[in-house]
Ligand binder design. Structure first.
Ligand code: GLY
Ligand code: MN
Ligand code: MN
Length: 511
């Protein structure tokens, strides 16, 4: 239904409409006082929108305590972000900013326009205050006439009391936010996570400057806060690990569902979309949705690394590379790739490439242990990739494995695997993205880190340097691993991975 259009003779969202829209006779609706009164009366008492304290609440409090200790006597501001227009009067489903989700424990579609403020206390520490747009009373126009926030349109949102009970922090109306953030910005440092809500950030910048802050210093101070939150997420707490396990379990279900639909995907035409939709149904059913757009890439499409168009057919005899992850309601996401023979049997050439990628992945997995650097995982995997390319005679004449691994002068292997082997994984699929090279690539792996190991080999159909038998074959195998005290646990290792296990899986489920 069109937002704000209302039913014939019903109310409309006058406040939000542009002059042009108000003049358009397909939208304008009269709202009389009599109608307002009629709509407002005779409703049963409201029930709370939350059951009680959220599981994530105490974990989020502990994460806030880390930040509080790092920034004594400073005000820290972390917006959730607002609704984003998809087109005209339709918004995207809301997804809060990752820093906000991490520090509040709120997930799913909560809570547009909310802002977490860590307010410094005189005797040390901070008070956590969540500014939000609470449920409007039934005597307000918002109740029935605001298609973006009103209860008639989007359902009951939480009250301030609901949120306080759920999260164990102070909740206030968002109308007080700008004053609360900026009031003494000349006297203490106020830091804002800037990219969560650009419009709000601009307003807060102006208000901070009006209250004595120097405009030139804002961005640098703010960026340090976003960086700190990104860095804090490098090592997951027990709740996060549990959520990652749930994301992987739901992703396993989604892959099983796709494998079971392989024959149908071939039969239907545009089978890549059939598989995408199949995974999407599991993702929406079991979790919040997909953590990123699924890549369902049959045949040569597998050689386009970010193939998310998914418009192609899935043909018998081909491979289909599927890179997909369920994001659970807490917003933690898995990121798994499997490359499947559509008929349940690899051809000789497909198996040859598959075994090479698997060997590279095994080498990468073996390098995931505390004490090793993050970049050692890629180094181990890419060496095996290079060895295979060398053995196949694909590197330039006279170039050895060591030569191609040389960072300055080699790297010929990148023609067939241009991407890295690993990234951190968590609330974001490419998690902790603001960490520096020293903090990420060059840093030692620590227990509690979660990362992917995902080598691949990609031989484009028109690659004349590739042996003919390999042309049009792309393989990636991607797993999500938890660094443990003495190595790692492959969280997604239960999803069939070896060539034989993949064949058996496809034959068993595809029917
Ligand atoms: N699906 C994105 C990635 O594997 O990094
Ligand atoms: Mn990945
Ligand atoms: Mn992936």
């Amino acid at each position: 239904m069109a937002r704000g259009a209302g039913h014939v003779g019903g109310p409309c969202d006058d406040a939000e409409m542009s002059e042009e829209q108000k003049q358009a006779d397909n939208r304008a609706r009269a709202t009389t006082d009599e109608l307002r009164t009629f709509i407002r009366e005779d409703w049963a008492p409201r029930r709370p929108t939350v059951d009680g304290p959220a599981d994530a609440a105490s974990w989020a409090a502990a994460r806030r305590a880390v930040l509080s200790a790092a920034y004594p006597k400073q005000r820290l501001v972390v917006p959730a972000g607002g609704l984003k227009v998809r087109s005209n009067d339709s918004d995207y489903v809301f997804r809060p900013h990752t820093a906000f989700a991490y520090l509040t424990g709120l997930g799913a579609d909560r809570e547009p326009d909310a802002v977490l403020v860590l307010e410094p206390l005189d005797d040390g520490g901070h008070e956590a205050v969540l500014y939000l747009r609470p449920l409007a009373e039934r005597d307000s126009d918002e109740f029935f006439a605001d298609s973006r926030y009103g209860e008639f349109w989007v359902g009951a949102r939480p009250t301030l009391e609901d949120v306080e009970r759920e999260l164990g922090l102070t909740a206030r109306h968002v109308d007080g936010l700008v004053d609360a953030v900026a009031k003494d910005a000349g006297e203490l440092t106020v830091r804002v996570v800037r990219d969560a809500d650009r419009e709000l950030t601009a307003r807060l910048d102006d208000a901070r400057v009006e209250n004595g802050a120097e405009r030139e210093s804002l961005e640098e101070a703010d960026d340090a806060l976003a960086h700190a939150v990104s860095l804090a997420r490098l090592v997951k707490d027990d709740y996060e690990v549990e959520q990652m396990r749930a994301a992987v379990a739901a992703t396993h279900e989604g892959f099983d569902a796709m494998v079971a639909e392989l024959a149908e995907a071939v039969a239907q035409g545009r089978g890549e979309r059939w598989l995408e939709g199949t995974f999407g149904r599991t993702a929406r059913h079991r979790g919040n949705g997909v953590g990123y757009d699924a890549i369902c890439a049959a045949g040569d499409h597998a050689n386009t690394l970010h193939w998310i168009k998914n418009t192609g057919a899935v043909e018998p005899g081909e491979l289909v590379l599927i890179d997909a992850g369920v994001e659970v309601d807490s917003l933690y996401t898995a990121d798994v790739t499997r490359t499947l023979p559509t008929d349940g049997t690899f051809t000789e050439a497909q198996r040859e490439v598959y075994e090479a990628v698997l060997a590279a992945q095994e080498a990468g997995l073996a390098a995931v242990r505390p004490g090793n650097k993050f970049s050692d995982v890629h180094a181990a995997a890419i060496r095996v990739v290079a060895e295979h390319l060398h053995a196949w005679g694909l590197l330039p004449e006279g170039v050895s494995v060591e030569d191609t691994l040389d960072k300055e002068h080699g790297q010929y292997h990148r023609r067939w695997m241009v991407h890295g082997t690993s990234h951190h994984l968590g609330l974001d699929v490419h998690d902790c993205a603001l960490a520096t090279r020293e903090e990420y690539m060059d840093a030692e792996l620590r227990p509690g880190m979660v990362l992917t190991v995902e080598p691949g080999l990609y031989f484009k159909a028109d690659d004349l340097k590739a042996p003919e038998r390999f042309r049009g074959i792309g393989v990636r195998i991607e797993d999500d691993v938890l660094v443990t005290e003495d190595g790692c646990e492959n969280l997604s290792g239960g999803i069939p991975r070896t060539a034989d296990d993949v064949e058996a899986w496809v034959r068993r489920l595809r029917g």
